[in-house]
Design a protein. Structure first.
Length: 344
């Protein structure tokens, strides 16, 4: 056994194909997307056997941030990501990752899964909600909360909201503008245009925008990634003027319907901060199963400020929210471009 930092793409893809636990985040496409968008430096570790076959992978990227500390992360903008391969060989790559960390002038090493080791501090960082799918769409429909989710979907449809699946650059541009409006109202940075553009460029075979339209206008959108047996709801945004038409419910249900028809097994609503009870309750009403999401940190005294920020109700967080809300839009977009890469 020996460790490589580069392998042939064909060999990498074959390893991903054979692994039941592989996510889009483990792919070469995701690496390319992040490198081109944020100029992260990769430290991907591949464990290969005597036949030069990949038997283990730990993807790592160096994230530099003045606000949240520089870190070696597995993996930026992945809500869950860790070692992939033979569990008996996992420790070899974990030890190599620690060695890389020790040679870099950074704050910590982050692996977005639970590491059962005294060397790591594993934190229940977020919650994750997964809906189990079925070829029988009616079965999935019956699991939805009748008084809220089902009612909202029906009302949206009766109001004339339609949902289209698109990769058109003009639709993506409109979604970006909606995303800016939505995130600014919440007092958080928005995804830069290059994030959305590059996602549809480098992982175009797996990603689609579900666009809710009303009277010809795009009023909401949701980015969905379809990979192996899982659909991941990456991000959504809506025009606040049309929330009474329940566009989020319409586009999510359309994505779930498509996933069921195409044989996908899971719809992943993504992570939720513990403090965001409204978002958590929204996801629960879709008949999801809730899991605790653990992130692991080295050294053990690490308590990442980024997690504190996203789960905090403290005064500093509230002040930051207020400042962002009142920023002029042009400045807000530039600010988001400047800080967003450090949030991953």
């Amino acid at each position: 056994m020996h460790i490589k930092t580069k392998v042939k793409t064909r060999q990498w893809n074959e390893f991903i194909r054979k692994s039941d636990k592989a996510l889009i985040y483990h792919t070469p496409e995701w690496q390319k997307f992040l490198e081109e968008t944020f100029r992260y430096k990769s430290y991907y570790l591949f464990l290969v056997d005597e036949c030069d076959q990949i038997v283990g992978l730990l993807p790592l990227m160096l994230v530099k941030s003045r606000f949240f500390g520089s870190r070696l992360s597995c993996l930026p903008f992945a809500h869950i990501c860790g070692y992939l391969g033979d569990e008996k060989l996992k420790q070899t790559l974990i030890e190599n990752a620690i060695e890389i960390y020790n040679n870099l002038d950074i704050n910590y090493l982050e692996i977005k899964e639970k590491i059962d080791s005294k060397s790591f501090n594993s934190i229940n960082a977020f919650l994750i909600h997964i809906q189990e799918l079925s070829p029988n769409i009616e079965e999935v429909w019956r699991r939805l909360d009748r008084s809220s989710v089902r009612r909202a979907i029906k009302k949206s449809q009766k109001s004339g909201v339609s949902v289209v699946v698109t990769k058109d650059v003009n639709d993506l541009r409109e979604f970006y503008e909606l995303n800016c409006i939505s995130k600014k109202k919440k007092g958080v940075p928005c995804h830069p245009w290059k994030f959305i553009r590059n996602m549809f460029k480098y992982i175009e075979d797996y990603v689609s925008l579900y666009a809710a339209k009303y009277e010809g206008d795009l009023i909401a959108g949701g980015i969905m990634i379809f990979f192996k047996d899982r659909v991941i709801y990456v991000n959504g945004a809506a025009n606040p003027k049309y929330l009474k038409l329940y566009p989020y419910n319409a586009l999510i249900w359309k994505a779930i319907e498509d996933a069921c028809l195409k044989g996908y097994k899971y719809f992943d609503f993504g992570r939720s901060p513990h403090s965001n009870t409204g978002l958590i309750n929204f996801k629960k009403r879709w008949g999801t199963i809730e899991y605790k999401l653990y992130y692991s940190y080295y050294p053990t005294d690490t308590i990442p400020s980024i997690i504190n920020a996203q789960n905090s109700e403290g005064i500093r967080y509230k002040v930051a929210e207020k400042v962002i809300r009142y920023m002029p839009t042009v400045i807000y977009k530039k600010f988001s471009e400047f800080v967003f890469g450090g949030l991953g």
